[in-house]
Design a binder for this molecule. Structure first.
Ligand SMILES: [Zn+2]
Ligand SMILES: [Zn+2]
Length: 454
């Protein structure tokens, strides 16, 4: 599928975007980065350092990054249009090392989180806060052909979403930086701030799409990092019953500690158990798993034979378990076509199905406030801390659900706590050098003027 999509991408060509689609790089200056090489082949290599190519850009020195559950779809080569050598990663934060001449709200040395979706901030979609639908940042004609429209560009997530180099690297160029960076107060550590780039706002988006409110019953399919964070938001919104569905022991342990009800689908029938737990059906079903997780033989076979790209198994379960006129929220990734989609169930039960990638910038200020107040702490999903160079091994463990890897927190290998002070220092040295030059040139001009007068 990926090979065919790459050919289609080449034939169709690209659309002009509002920011350079192919950022410049400094070939003489190399950095470390994690790249996609092929199916189940991710490597830590040297790549050219990016440069500012638009006056609205910043150059970010990455201090922390993560591997997302949705990166696993790239790892298994299930997403269209990945190219060998693409830098991975869409969850990252860091310190601003350079600012473009038109950046107004940010400065060198500032600590920021970057949204996974790249929004221009000014198109009609951005004005409606539908940032993941930004009309101007993704050049992919293939996306237009497949979906009728282009979504916004994402970092490190295939050429279908722009082929933008990602944040599992030491440096990243961030376009429309005033809009796509969230400054982080000093009292919030990186460990708590990093996940504002995606999973924390995405989980909140899942609750908003499902209209989770006080007293309602919610079932969550998939207790990966996003599913667990959805459960935590549901507690904050005072949902009456929260039932998580998974079978990975380490995930179940965290969910139990959180205090939600569990269905282990390795041992229990999901739909029957839900019907026993909540006779009449749950108010809200939230999908946090994605298109690869077939549970029935028919979908397993059809996916293996490439007769479909995505499975509808979880939709079958959700549509059966949710009550009539119930709410279904889909935030797990789906990107192609699924056979046997239960369209009749959806129609006849009058289900309210809402889905989509989270517009991070719409939610992140609220989420940051909740973190600052101590009401929301995303670190309960972090099970492993490591270095960027360990990413290839961690992809494998995360994919195989081994060694309890649920969410990772990665630092660049060269990271030191003094990074920020160092960048600020450089900035001040540079500023005082400019000031000195200015005063020398001024003195010269005064001197010439005085000579002229003589
Ligand atoms: Zn993510
Ligand atoms: Zn836009």
């Amino acid at each position: 599928m990926n090979a065919i999509s790459k050919v289609a991408d080449k034939v169709l060509g690209k659309v002009e975007t509002s920011t350079p689609a192919k950022p410049e790089v400094d070939e003489s200056n190399l950095m470390n980065a994690v790249i996609w090489k092929g199916k189940k082949d991710v490597r830590y290599v040297r790549k050219p350092k990016p440069c500012i190519t638009d006056p609205r850009d910043i150059l970010l020195k990455v201090t922390a990054t993560s591997i997302c559950g949705s990166d696993l779809h790239l790892y298994s080569n299930a997403i269209f249009d990945m190219h060998e050598g693409d830098i991975l990663g869409h969850e990252f934060m860091g310190i601003i090392e350079e600012v473009g001449s038109e950046v107004k709200k940010l400065e060198i040395g500032q600590r920021v989180v970057v949204a996974f979706d790249i929004a221009c901030g000014t198109c009609e979609y951005c004005e409606r806060e539908e940032y993941t639908a930004c009309d101007t940042t993704n050049p992919s004609k293939l996306a237009e052909k497949m979906y009728g429209h282009r979504t916004s560009a994402f970092y490190g997530y295939s050429h279908l979403t722009g082929g933008v180099p990602g944040g599992q690297s030491e440096y990243v160029r961030v376009p429309f930086a005033d809009f796509n960076c969230l400054p982080i107060p000093d009292d919030i550590p990186d460990e708590k701030a990093l996940y504002l780039s995606d999973v924390v706002p995405t989980a909140l988006h899942g609750c908003m799409l499902g209209d989770v409110k006080e007293g309602c019953s919610v079932a969550i399919w998939g207790l990966g990092p996003v599913g667990l964070l959805v459960a935590r938001w549901c507690q904050i919104f005072k949902a009456g019953r929260i039932i998580g569905i998974d079978r990975v022991p380490e995930r179940i342990q965290i969910a139990e500690k959180l205090g939600i009800e569990i269905i282990n689908f390795g041992e229990q029938d999901t739909v029957k158990t839900l019907q026993q737990l909540v006779p009449g059906g749950v108010d809200v079903a939230i999908e946090c798993a994605g298109f690869e997780y077939s549970t029935t033989r028919k979908h397993k076979v059809e996916r293996a034979l490439a007769l479909e790209t995505d499975t509808a198994d979880i939709f079958d379960e959700m549509f059966t378990a949710v009550l009539k006129f119930g709410r279904v929220s889909v935030i797990g990734v789906y990107s192609g076509k699924a056979n046997h989609f239960p369209v009749g169930q959806m129609m006849e039960k009058g289900l309210n199905v809402r889905c989509g990638q989270s517009p991070t910038q719409k939610y992140w200020k609220y989420a940051l406030k909740m973190i600052q107040k101590g009401e929301f702490d995303p670190t309960f999903v972090v099970t492993r801390r490591g270095k960027l160079s360990e990413a290839p091994k961690l992809y494998e463990l995360f994919n195989d659900k081994k060694e309890g890897v649920i969410k990772v927190f990665l630092r660049p290998d060269e990271y030191t706590e003094d990074d920020r002070a160092h960048i600020k220092n450089l900035y001040f040295k540079y500023s005082s050098f400019l000031l000195e030059l200015f005063s020398i040139s001024y003195s010269c001009r005064v001197f010439c003027f005085e000579v002229d007068c003589l």
